[in-house]
Design a binder for this molecule. Structure first.
Ligand SMILES: O=C(O)CCC(=O)C(=O)O
Length: 289
């Protein structure tokens, strides 16, 4: 039995025992992605990168980090620690080509039933011994072309307006967390409430209340894996309590949306200079002058 088949059996019988996991080459990949995202709201694609691809991706991030300054709005600090790099692929477009690999990302297009467009990428890092945590929440905002300044505006991050969007839009989006480094259970890995995407879009305080009454699942996953999740899945993360200075916890959070959907009738998606469209038969990258 392969690891993929094992995960499928576990998932089918006792879903709380294991994070649903598959290899992109598995003959049952599409079926496992579909059932896991429909029922649990998340799935992990392991071995999404060859070792040299992963090394190049990580080195590219390290190179960018070495140029990080507190003066630039793309680099977000928590105390002395770099916590996030917004608009990652605009800063280093070559990272987009290393990150969005066809074998894994075609599964997003197959799941949503049409090509999917890149919407946003953020690198998020937790240093060992850091205290940063992320409380339970759903992802309800998207990067849009302009700020309407109304109740659904959710701020402008490094020049990019964000807007809370409807559950109809969120149901046509997928998040792909590229695990650039191993995600340890005590290293601030993602935690999820399996099936919570079925709560629908609910107020922030209610997400926290419901999560407190639910059984969370830690997602300790290997480097080079991608955790795909539905935006309305309740998720959180604890501190990175590792002591080994090499046990950084870097991920690239990528958002994608179905080609046919708009954030609202009045506002379009943010016009990134560097774009990507994933389809069932490959990935196309684009650059706008
Ligand atoms: O990376 C993390 O620890 C959590 C990030 C997160 O929850 C998010 O980007 O929505």
């Amino acid at each position: 039995m392969t690891a993929c088949d094992f995960a499928a059996v576990v998932y089918g019988c006792v879903m709380s025992l294991a994070v649903p996991t598959l290899s992109p080459k598995s003959p049952r990949a599409e079926e496992i992605v579909r059932s896991s995202l429909d029922d649990l709201g998340f799935v992990v694609v392991e071995d999404a990168y060859a070792p040299d691809e992963l090394k190049s991706l990580r080195n590219g991030i390290l190179d960018l980090e070495s140029r990080a300054t507190t003066d630039e709005k793309s680099f977000v600090y928590q105390g002395d620690h770099l916590w996030a790099i917004w608009n990652l692929y605009e800063l280093t477009p070559s990272l987009m080509r290393l990150a969005i690999v066809p074998d894994a990302f075609r599964l997003a297009a197959i799941y949503l039933g049409e090509p999917v467009h890149f919407c946003r990428a953020t690198m998020m890092k937790k240093a060992p011994g850091g205290t940063a945590t992320v409380d339970w929440h759903q992802d309800t905002s998207a990067a849009v072309e302009r700020d309407l300044g109304d109740a659904d505006s959710s701020g402008i991050r490094d020049g990019v307006p964000h807007r809370r969007v409807s559950s109809d839009v969120l149901d046509r989006m997928l998040v792909a967390r590229i695990n650039v480094e191993p995600q340890y259970a005590d290293g601030g890995c993602l935690q999820v409430i399996p099936g919570s995407h079925k709560w629908g879009k609910i107020p922030f305080e209610e997400v926290k209340q419901r999560a407190a009454q639910s059984q969370p699942m830690l997602c300790p996953v290997p480097e080079g894996s991608i955790l795909f999740y539905r935006p309305l899945l309740a998720h959180a993360s604890g501190p990175n309590t590792r002591t080994d200075p090499n046990h950084q916890r870097r991920v690239i959070h990528n958002e994608f949306r179905a080609a046919s959907i708009k954030p609202t009738a009045a506002v379009d998606w943010f016009p990134w200079k560097h774009g990507a469209v994933c389809a069932s038969d490959g990935v196309t990258f684009s650059v706008t002058r």
